[in-house]
Write a protein that binds this ligand. Structure first.
Ligand code: FRU
Length: 532
């Protein structure tokens, strides 16, 4: 199969791409200018700004010295990196005295915590503190050395300066015969539960595959309510939970609750993954829907972890972001002077798809404003088996947005290759019609000597409607994000292609397919200028 593609337009982008020196720096989603980042933390919208805090090592490109980095954005696309919000604490000899692990942030409008003052609304971060020495809480609870507990910090200047609460930590598990297992108690997500006028916290008991639920009137004193788990996938530690309601099929009188539980390892593509449960929350207990035994994944690719949603997003929107990496190889991916990016933020809804309630995801509203030129617009063409012959459509390193609607016909496999070169290197995003699976194959995406776990093909079941495959694929320099069907299946995968691997081609195997619609558009970088 050969498609005539005149690539005069693409040549115009060669110069533009050359301006970016850092070949693998994501152009569609956030990364800090330098050093290590992992989980998104403290997601909250306040006063025109979306806050994105994150696990950050201010001193190195590997995990350590855990601090909270900080960035803000008006549109969830363009970010301004701010100074570190909570910086690891060390003594005079350089030994760590407090590390700041994952957590959440709320805007305490009524000053329930008393941490603000009249006219000064406090933003409050609830994080997991790790102290190397034993402590005693105000209520007498003993915190062992190294035990994880929950602590507060607050800001009265829109998150620019942070003060730690003097009564930290505010929540720890009491001593217990299984103490070693109970040391790993982390990643509090706190939200305001309006029907019962109280704060609710979900927090992970990592090794027990259990989520504990607490409530509080003031963010300071926490009362145990209930627990959930083990359930679903339990192949690794449970981390970074979230709990929120979503209307089913847009009906506000019919809310369901979604409990997100990240786990590592044991994810769908090996290593880290994000699962969710659907059910009911009555203000104190989460009850999963009866008979719902299947494991549901937020993303079936290898690189979407520690996924959590924003508090207080305008218009009741539910917005999700994940760390675009995997603990299997996060420490060794070949980028510098930064390491790791967050995903493109996503808009969530709950819909009935083929008779089943599914979480449906799309790129955040407004993402399409990054679209620039249409490189390709092809409708209604029959495709015989084959791959586009060279020269292919080339993108010169500019990120692209691909929309593909393909009637699979008699083909056994069909899809698109991106980051392709003449030597056959490529990332293949395809549908295996016989297995009914969408896959991303990064087995030949570029050299991957940094990890034996990286070069692989990851697949996930996808039911086609009337034999028609619908894909939206965001192709960044070092990542591919796929939204399939209505968005009920997403797959996110890192790739590290060589500079010259910038071709895009359709492929069809085993029979004939019909291309209903194919659009390839360039996307503007989210960075105002080459990002150093
Ligand atoms: C998840 C995680 C969290 C923890 C943080 C530490 O990736 O292990 O459970 O709070 O990273 O950086």
């Amino acid at each position: 199969m050969t498609l005539e593609v005149t690539s005069t337009q693409t040549q115009a982008y060669a110069g533009l791409a050359g301006a970016y020196q850092e070949a693998h720096r994501p152009q569609l989603s956030y990364s800090p200018a330098r050093n290590w980042m992992n989980d998104p933390n403290g997601l909250v919208y306040y006063d025109g700004e979306y806050h994105l805090f994150y696990q950050y090592n201010p001193n190195d490109t590997v995990w350590g010295d855990m601090s909270w980095g900080h960035a803000v954005s008006a549109d969830l696309l363009h970010w301004t990196e701010l100074p570190v919000a909570l910086e690891v604490e060390k003594d005079g000899q350089g030994a760590i005295t407090q590390s700041f692990y994952s957590g959440s942030a709320v805007v305490d409008r009524a000053n329930s915590s008393g941490l603000g003052s009249p006219g000064q609304v406090p933003m409050v971060i609830i994080y997991t503190s790790v102290y190397p020495e034993a402590r005693t809480l105000a209520n007498g609870t003993q915190v062992q050395a190294g035990q994880q507990s929950q602590s507060l910090a607050f800001s009265v200047d829109r998150g620019r300066h942070w003060t730690q609460f003097s009564g930290n930590p505010v929540l720890a598990l009491p001593p217990h015969p299984y103490r070693d297992e109970l040391r790993e108690f982390r990643d509090p997500k706190v939200f305001w539960h309006a029907p019962q006028s109280k704060w609710v916290m979900v927090v992970a008991l990592a090794h027990r595959h259990t989520i504990l639920l607490y409530c509080s009137r003031d963010l300071i004193e926490w009362e145990y309510m209930s627990q959930f788990g083990p359930a679903g996938a339990t192949g690794g530690v449970w981390e970074c939970p979230d709990l929120f309601p979503l209307p089913l099929d847009g009906d506000d009188s019919n809310n369901k609750w979604v409990l997100v539980v990240n786990l590592t390892p044991g994810g769908p593509a090996g290593g880290s993954g994000a699962q969710y449960f659907l059910g009911h929350f009555d203000g104190s207990t989460f009850r999963p829907d009866a008979g719902d035994a299947c494991v549901r994944w937020l993303d079936q690719g290898p690189d979407f972890y520690a996924a959590v949603t924003w508090n207080d997003a305008p218009d009741g929107r539910r917005l999700l972001i994940g760390w675009m990496s995997n603990w299997l190889y996060a420490r060794t991916v070949p980028t510098s002077p930064w390491r790791s990016a967050q995903s493109v933020p996503r808009e969530l809804s709950l819909r009935t798809v083929a008779g089943q309630v599914r979480l449906v995801q799309q790129p955040v509203q407004g993402f399409d404003s990054l679209r620039r030129d249409t490189l390709l617009a092809i409708d209604d063409v029959s495709l015989a088996a084959g791959v586009d012959t060279l020269p292919r459509l080339r993108t010169a390193g500019v990120p692209v947005d691909i929309e593909l609607v393909l009637a699979c016909g008699s083909a056994t496999r069909a899809g698109v290759q991106v980051h392709a070169n003449a030597a056959g290197d490529r990332t293949e995003i395809g549908y295996d019609c016989e297995r009914g699976e969408l896959y991303i194959d990064r087995g030949r995406a570029g050299a991957a000597p940094f990890s034996a776990d990286f070069a692989a093909c990851h697949g996930a079941p996808l039911a086609l409607v009337d034999g028609v495959l619908r894909l939206r694929i965001l192709v960044d320099r070092a990542a591919v994000t796929v939204f399939a069907g209505a968005g009920e299946l997403t797959m996110t995968s890192l790739v590290f292609p060589a500079d010259e691997s910038d071709g895009i081609a359709l492929f069809v195997e085993g029979g004939q397919a019909r291309l209903r619609q194919w659009r390839v558009r360039t996307l503007a970088s989210i960075w105002p200028a080459p990002h150093e």
